[in-house]
Design a binder for this molecule. Structure first.
Ligand SMILES: [Zn+2]
Length: 218
């Protein structure tokens, strides 16, 4: 069992001294980012759809700077790898990872609807379930959900139910998105939990993957 809590083999880099230093630095940067979460926003992620700020009232309280940009992009790259794995079983390529309070990846998930014949097997649900198992709690406070596509109503609801602290997503889903496009579930003040939102992280890559998939379906 490796430090991530699973059985995947350790990469040689992770075992070396430089790897240790990088992980320590990464943890320190993540702690600083978490400490800033109560600050007022400094700038939103770029690119962000022009209309996103005017839609609903999703909280955007994370101050996104070069540090958080790098951390979120690193996590999104892992989510995109999960999305690409969907192509092996004919599912729409959507991937997700959950980050623990220290910013380390604690779970991964990808869309498995076709593979499992399960209408609820969206990437976010798969990743949230695994994260809750790893945490030993359904409450994923101070965790971050990173996903390649704006969550649907089911997954946005699950994000609130899991008490996720921050939701980071890549491409907007204008037809089914329930974070900013059609609904604003994570930011709905009538609910008992609000989620910080960061959108547009590696949106071009995620969008291109989806476009290619649907083009090939025709
Ligand atoms: Zn979903």
């Amino acid at each position: 069992m490796n430090p991530r809590g699973d059985s995947r083999p350790l990469h040689a880099f992770q075992a070396c001294a430089l790897g240790q230093t990088m992980r320590s630095l990464r943890a320190a940067l993540w702690a600083e980012l978490a400490a800033r979460s109560s600050c007022s926003p400094q700038m939103s992620w770029l690119p962000v759809a022009d209309s996103s700020a005017s839609r609903g009232s999703a909280r955007r309280s994370r101050s996104v700077n070069l540090v958080s940009e790098a951390l979120y992009s690193e996590a999104m790259a892992e989510a995109l790898a999960q999305a690409r794995a969907c192509l092996d079983h004919g599912d729409v390529p959507v991937g997700a990872v959950v980050l623990g309070p220290d910013g380390a990846v604690v779970s991964r998930g990808r869309n498995r609807r076709e593979l499992d014949n399960d209408p609820t097997a969206h990437a976010e649900i798969v990743a949230l379930r695994e994260a809750a198992t790893a945490a030993g709690s359904w409450r994923l406070t101070d965790h971050t959900l990173v996903v390649t596509l704006e969550p649907c109503a089911m997954c946005a609801g699950a994000t609130v139910s899991a008490r996720i602290g921050t939701l980071v997503y890549a491409a907007a889903d204008l037809k089914a998105g329930a974070v900013q496009s059609l609904y604003n579930i994570p930011g709905d003040a009538r609910l008992n939990h609000a989620v910080d939102i960061v959108d547009g992280v590696m949106a071009a890559e995620a969008g291109e993957l989806l476009r290619t998939f649907f083009d090939d379906q025709r």
